[in-house]
Design a protein around this ligand. Structure first.
Ligand code: SAM
Length: 262
């Protein structure tokens, strides 16, 4: 096996007890459509394929793929997409009416952009189970008025229910990462609790507001919303983005969209 590559965020799991806990949380079933991100040397791939005999995976490091294929061959079929997951079109692998179940011990250097990428496919995904930095997992689950609450929290919680399952120490990996890790489950809503009428507008409001986190909404959103419009929205424009719930952001976006149509 080649030495772990830092640029691909390679930290391989070797703690069997942790691996078993992750597989138990995943509970893969043979009739489901599972896809793994970054199978690496197969720490999660092998136990999953032993249980369900068919699995798909996206891996960027070609040097790992041959070895991985031969390691799992006698237990079932592994379809590997040799690709950068950030550019991977998850819709292209959906073959039937089964939703995708996505899982993986994510490369930490790309975990935040990867989560944003996956949110674009929320409508065809039934659930996601990921290992990532504890700090990123906490940002995904954070509530308003906390330090960790930001654009990632709002966008993830707009689409998904978030459950922090358990923490994993650095000693469970080779080489050990600098940070603690967590297992998190994201379950996209089938019926959104607060649907945005214009998703692109909602997305850009959240991005713009948190782009200038310390500014009041009046300042950070002044190109979109003037004082007259704020008066109709019913949310104080002197608040900061971290004070707003997902519902509040949707409300701002929906009232602007209505304004545009009126
Ligand atoms: N699943 C293995 C495990 O748990 O031991 C490996 C996990 S390691 C943290 C991350 C894996 O993601 C590596 O195999 C790495 O090569 C792969 N990877 C890194 N960047 C990637 C990318 N942009 N697209 C696809 N795979 C990537």
């Amino acid at each position: 096996m080649p030495a772990p590559r830092k640029r691909f965020g390679q930290h391989f799991l070797h703690d069997q007890a942790i691996i078993q806990r992750i597989i138990a949380a995943l509970a893969p079933q043979p009739d489901e459509h599972l896809i793994e991100i970054g199978p690496g040397q197969g720490a999660l791939t092998l136990p999953v394929i032993k249980q369900i005999h068919h699995l798909e995976a996206v891996e960027i490091d070609r040097d790992l793929i041959l070895e991985l294929r031969s390691r799992v061959r006698r237990h079932g079929e592994l379809v590997i997409y040799s690709s950068d997951v950030l550019a991977f079109d998850f819709a292209s692998v959906k073959q039937d009416d089964r939703p995708l179940r996505v899982f993986g011990n994510l490369p930490y250097n790309i975990s935040t952009p990867l989560i944003f990428h996956l949110l674009d496919y929320a409508s065809i995904i039934s659930d996601m189970l990921f290992m990532l930095q504890k700090e990123v997992a906490e940002r995904m689950a954070a509530k308003p008025n906390s330090e960790a609450y930001g654009r990632l929290s709002v966008m993830v919680q707009y689409h998904c229910q978030v459950a922090l399952l358990f923490n994993v120490p650095a000693s469970a990996f080779y080489p050990p990462p600098q940070v603690e890790s967590s297992i998190v489950r994201l379950t996209p809503y089938r019926d959104y609790p607060y649907p945005a009428k214009n998703y692109a507008l909602f997305e850009s409001i959240v991005k713009q507001a948190f782009g200038q986190r310390r500014k009041t909404l009046r300042n950070s959103l002044k190109e979109l919303i003037n004082d007259d419009v704020w008066a109709h929205i019913g949310i104080h424009s002197d608040l900061r983005p971290e004070n707003l719930s997902v519902q509040d952001f949707v409300e701002i976006s929906n009232s602007l969209d209505q304004g545009a149509k009126a």
